[in-house]
Design a protein around this ligand. Sequence first.
Ligand SMILES: *Cc1c(COP(=O)(O)O)cnc(C)c1O
Length: 393
Amino acid sequence: MDFSKYKKSTASVWAGETDPFTNGAVTTPIINSVAFAYDDLDEWHKVATGKADGYIYSRNTNPTVHVLEEKIRILEKAEAATSFATGMGAISNTLFALLAPGKRVVSIKDTYGGASRLFLDFLPRYQIQATLCGTTDFDELEAEIAKGCDVLYLETPTNPTLKVVDIKRLSAAAKKVGAITVVDNTFATPINQNPLALGADLVIHSATKFLGGHSDAMGGILCGTKALVEKVFQFREINGASLQADPAYMIARGMKTLELRIERQNTSALTIARYLKAHPKVSDVFYPGLESHPGHDIAKAQMSGFGGILSFSLVGGYENVRKFLPQLQFVHLAASLGSVSTLAGPPRTTSHVELTEEQRLLLGIPESLIRYSVGIENVEDLIGDLDNALASL
Ligand SMILES: *Cc1c(COP(=O)(O)O)cnc(C)c1O
């Protein structure tokens, strides 16, 4: 059944789930089988060599995992999708599958900390040149792309200062030099943004975050053209960073409520951003939904909602951050984001913990920043909580 013609909320629930499951089960069974048996040797050989559809071995493909891949494939309007054990599995497999010694990747300074580590430490060990440009300096990015590159790697909105990157403009520049554009769409989710429709070739998700949505399973997804996804899939099969059936089930289950959660988080985050913006003890608020945000116009053009994450800094610097955060009641002070419960923390213990303080400063991440990932709690309760903690400063 072709779910691409239906709305996202319908596809989130139904896509991938049309197989007649055993005993008429109305939800995806968790198939923890490592291998899949065949009575007919010729049929087995056909499937094993890719000449017929089917399952052989769960490092390569698995029926439960396939249901999840189908859901995201449809939501991202992609030809193909594959999955990984974690979001970093998706990012590193994609980069290592597409690049080789002598190749060049252009990216931005504000990528997720793990991706930054790949650009700053690991890719250079293989003579792969990574050039990181000012995240919203599109002229600089275009100039670096025009010098010639193989991959353009973007993330938007960025972690943790919610900068907005113009996907349409930069992917067009990449196309001119024959480079592949990869976009990490974790913060926006496919409900708020579809990078492939804006000109990107590949989209990555840390499914650990909003897609799963309950902070109880890890996974990564890659979507895009059949040829490119196949190229990365072949590397992942051998690299072995495969998603297991149990977390795939949890993520697919979470995805059934994706649109409901994202709509709530979009609305609450904007309300909270406006509240913080007006508070005298808050020195800066970063949220693309605010008219005052420098990337607001691009965000309006390329996103249908502004997402559930914002960040802000307090008057009084890191000392006040230390006083403020432990007083919040409806917040887990924890790494990660995109969950039903609100999560917050400073980048130096969350998104950019992989980097040294020096590297964080180099990337322009203030030590006094707080990243706040809005959950699905009642927004008045969340604001009351923030209000109490701010009043104590
Ligand atoms: C968390 C995150 C990742 C990494 O995902 P894991 O599932 O933790 O490996 C990558 N990109 C972004 C934007 C993230 O927030």
